[in-house]
Ligand binder design. Structure first.
Ligand code: HEC
Ligand code: HEC
Ligand code: HEC
Ligand code: HEC
Ligand code: HEC
Length: 214
């Protein structure tokens, strides 16, 4: 959307209505999740094995979460770092890990399908949410228990109501960061002491349409 928040405030209601018409029109171009149909990933990758049993930290693989708009899916290089030596125990593991090595040999990226995806007319950035202190579990649940991501295992449907509900909540903060349960974990691993810090203030997000619809 080309209209900036500033101009928007000056131009008022009419423009809001026009902008909403544009939004509604752009909605039509977005295939709904329900239509995306049957879902299989190119490799059977499990967060239970990696983030759970082997306790690999979320941000070891999703390195962009605190720096950028997207968390990012790791490149094959990251996988190869371990799987040049880890070949798996069960037959299924061996077969799936072999596929990883084949992508590496061909120097081809693994064509993962994206599950969590807000429409293009919505602006969402991980960076600010992570830097203010939210844990991955806050929005994605306990990922160490997710065998496979698909539209059923997603914890949140990423609706506007969900975003706004959290934005209007007054979250307790300690030293300028989200305090309490949200900060107790980092990708489901408990941060010792984090929950004991006493809140000293509050923070909430914005309800302004143009924060999320630029
Ligand atoms: C060993 C690397 C690795 C680790 C560690 C890891 N992930 Fe992932 N993650 C991936 C890969 C590869 C995908 C894409 C395949 C898939 O969807 O399972 C993915 C997908 C995801 C997705 C869904 C992406 C989408 O398309 O919507 C989320 C959310 C996610 N990870 C969160 C986490 C969280 C939270 C943690 C820590 C608890 C974590 N991951 C730990 C590699 C990793
Ligand atoms: C920090 C090391 C590490 C990294 C990085 C890593 N893996 Fe693994 N992976 C493991 C271990 C350990 C196992 C379990 C092997 C076993 O139980 O014998 C495993 C198992 C697997 C399996 C077998 C199925 C399962 O989940 O149990 C697949 C497939 C797999 N990894 C794919 C990947 C892909 C794809 C990436 C990159 C996105 C990746 N791994 C990154 C350590 C790693
Ligand atoms: C405030 C809520 C929130 C928090 C906290 C959060 N995420 Fe997300 N995550 C989302 C939303 C919303 C999307 C869909 C974004 C899109 O489509 O652009 C998403 C998408 C993803 C994806 C898919 C690829 C991408 O970047 O779009 C991965 C991977 C992911 N998140 C990992 C993580 C990890 C790891 C953490 C913790 C370091 C985390 N998320 C924390 C809301 C959150
Ligand atoms: C768990 C609570 C929570 C959820 C869920 C959440 N937000 Fe936020 N968001 C916040 C808070 C708190 C801030 C203010 C952070 C600050 O001031 O540093 C914020 C800030 C923002 C900002 C302004 C900062 C920036 O990154 O430019 C945008 C845009 C935003 N959120 C979009 C979204 C969207 C879109 C969704 C849903 C897809 C969403 N948020 C879901 C809590 C949340
Ligand atoms: C905190 C982020 C956030 C704010 C603030 C926000 N929206 Fe949204 N909006 C979203 C998300 C996310 C979607 C996509 C929902 C989906 O895909 O189901 C959306 C979708 C929409 C749609 C498409 C129709 C629909 O309901 O799915 C319209 C129209 C819309 N928003 C208008 C507004 C207006 C007007 C405001 C201000 C009063 C506003 N939004 C404020 C996040 C936000």
């Amino acid at each position: 959307m080309l209209i900036t928040g500033f101009r928007m405030k000056r131009l008022g209601q009419n423009v809001i209505r026009r902008a909403l018409a544009v939004l509604a029109a752009s909605m039509l171009a977005v295939p709904s999740l329900a239509l995306a149909g049957d879902f299989t990933q190119p490799i059977k990758f499990s967060h239970v094995t990696h983030a759970g049993k082997n306790e690999v930290p979320c941000e070891f693989c999703h390195i962009y979460a605190r720096r950028s708009i997207t968390s990012g899916i790791p490149p094959v290089r990251t996988c190869f770092g371990c799987h040049q030596v880890v070949s798996g125990t069960t037959d299924e593991q061996k077969t799936e890990i072999k596929k990883v090595l084949e992508y590496w040999e061909r120097q081809e990226p693994i064509p993962w399908k994206k599950v969590h995806d807000v429409p293009d007319f919505v602006y969402f950035s991980h960076k600010r949410h992570i830097q203010i202190g939210f844990d991955c579990t806050q929005c994605h649940g306990d990922v160490t228990k997710v065998e496979e991501w698909n539209f059923d295992t997603m914890k949140q449907q990423l609706s506007m109501g969900w975003c706004v509900k959290c934005h209007i909540t007054q979250h307790p903060t300690a030293n300028g960061k989200i305090a309490g349960p949200a900060r107790k974990t980092r990708g489901a691993a408990v941060i010792s002491g984090a929950a004991k810090v006493q809140p000293d203030g509050h923070i909430s997000g914005s309800k302004d349409c143009f924060i999320c619809h630029k």
